[in-house]
Design a protein around this ligand. Structure first.
Ligand SMILES: Cc1ncc(COP(=O)(O)O)c(C=O)c1O
Length: 426
């Protein structure tokens, strides 16, 4: 912060929005770099794969590739982007509970490291497609462990809505069905390279992550017994969370790293087992801020409202995931701010509230900038951008003191893209 103005990557937010307008996603590339390096430091036996679903912006996935990350993808579109940016196919894994034949075929033909199969039928489909294209497929078994975790967030956010394993789940093969695999899998077309366990996202409890690591290591041993061969890769998921509430603390990465390394020591000592951690939000969430401009200020029956040019059509998480994202007036950070208000965008729906309690500087005025923090993950791409036909926001990456335009702001004419008018209407 300088003179009350937030700085991102060393540059004042007012300079960045002055050049690129609002609403605008701003990503701090230096912070992404720090996060990646930190992970490599505390988990030296692990390869870090970036979960592209968190933010598929080309500039970010390119930066992570340059840093050395692999790519965890969940659709044919993400495979296309990973290839476009130049990820080595052997550094790509493909998870997801519903993959179409054409997506699977594309993955096999591209020679990616592993298709993470999530059911016995999917394993059969992959074998069938591999036979058709004449290329054996590398597969990792995504396993739905018998037990899952009991809590995710660290404080106020305790809900389990981001839980994906333990109990009935649309993700992965139930652990107790693994034995059946030995009889059913076609060894001529399928190479089982390893296992994948993904328990949940947004975990802020080290003990929960460590328990998950233990379960994963034991699943790997079990799969080795079933297949009769050592696993070539263990993808332990991750789920490392970021704080959203005042009573949540960031993970102690040194402790976390040491405990995970210990659990997988017998595998890392072998030297030929790839150990993978796949993370989205831990790498990019806190590096991002969504910046909007104040269009209107109003008071209604005792409540105050700050209305901005960007809303939940462009940053949906507060409404959809019911998660708190700190918001501040980022060009007046040192003004006294005694009162609070609700902040929301221009949409004609009452759910368009991006912050239910923003501290409002006493001298707030039209054209001030409202920044919504922790917006680097599941922001731009998760939001219903077409709702109310506002142009899509721009995205910039600040790196080494320079601003890189990652995505141009949308134009009205983009709204016509792929549409056909009623014949004869104009
Ligand atoms: C299989 C899988 N891997 C990785 C992730 C990334 O999660 P996060 O962004 O919380 O790290 C997800 C999120 O849904 C996922 O489903």
């Amino acid at each position: 912060m300088k003179d009350g103005v937030l700085e991102i990557g060393g540059l004042p937010v007012t300079q960045i929005t002055g050049e690129y307008g609002t609403p605008l996603y701003i990503y701090d590339g230096g912070m992404v770099e720090e996060r990646y390096k930190r992970l490599r430091e505390v988990l030296p036996s692990f390869e870090v794969f970036y979960s592209m679903k968190a933010n598929p912006s080309l500039a970010l996935i390119g930066l992570l590739r340059e840093l050395g990350a692999g790519s965890e993808i969940a659709s044919g579109g993400e495979l296309f982007l990973a290839k476009e940016v130049g990820y080595d196919p052997l550094d790509i894994v493909f998870a997801g509970p519903g993959k179409s034949d054409s997506e699977l075929e594309d993955a096999i033909m591209s020679g990616i490291f592993a298709i993470n199969v999530e059911s016995m039928r999917e394993l059969e489909r992959v074998a069938h497609l591999a036979r058709l294209v004449g290329i054996p497929a590398r597969v990792a078994l995504r396993v739905n462990t018998a037990k899952g975790l009991t809590k995710t967030g660290g404080g106020s956010a305790g809900p389990l809505h981001e839980r994906m394993a333990g109990g009935p789940s649309k993700f992965g093969i139930d652990e107790e069905k693994l034995e059946r695999l030995a009889a059913s899998w076609d060894k001529r077309t399928i190479e089982i390279v390893g296992i994948h366990v993904y328990t949940a996202s947004q975990i802020l409890h080290i003990d929960e992550i460590v328990e998950n690591a233990r379960r994963t290591a034991s699943v790997a041993r079990r799969v080795e017994e079933v297949t009769g061969a050592p696993v070539a890769a263990i993808d332990f998921g991750g789920g490392f969370g970021v704080p959203h509430y005042e009573d949540e603390n960031p993970l102690d990465m040194v402790e976390l790293g040491a405990r995970i390394e210990e659990i997988f020591e017998s595998f890392s000592k072998r030297g030929d087992t790839r150990l993978i951690v796949e993370l989205g939000r831990y790498l990019v969430s806190e590096c991002g801020i969504f910046v909007t401009r104040v269009l209107e200020l109003k008071e209604s029956r005792g409540d105050r409202f700050v209305i901005t040019d960007g809303g939940i059509n462009q940053f949906v998480r507060p409404a959809l995931m019911k998660v708190n994202h700190e918001a501040r007036v980022v060009n007046k950070l040192d003004s006294p701010a005694e009162t609070t208000a609700k902040a929301g965008g221009p949409l004609c729906t009452p759910i368009d509230i991006t912050s239910s309690e923003i501290r409002v500087p006493d001298d707030i005025a039209l054209d001030d900038l409202v920044g919504i923090f922790n917006a680097g993950a599941y922001g731009y791409s998760m939001s219903p951008q077409l709702f109310l036909s506002h142009p899509t926001p721009g995205e910039v990456l600040v790196l080494d003191g320079k601003i890189i335009q990652a995505r141009k702001r949308g134009r009205f004419k983009d709204l016509l893209l792929n549409q056909e008018p009623l014949p004869g209407s104009f």
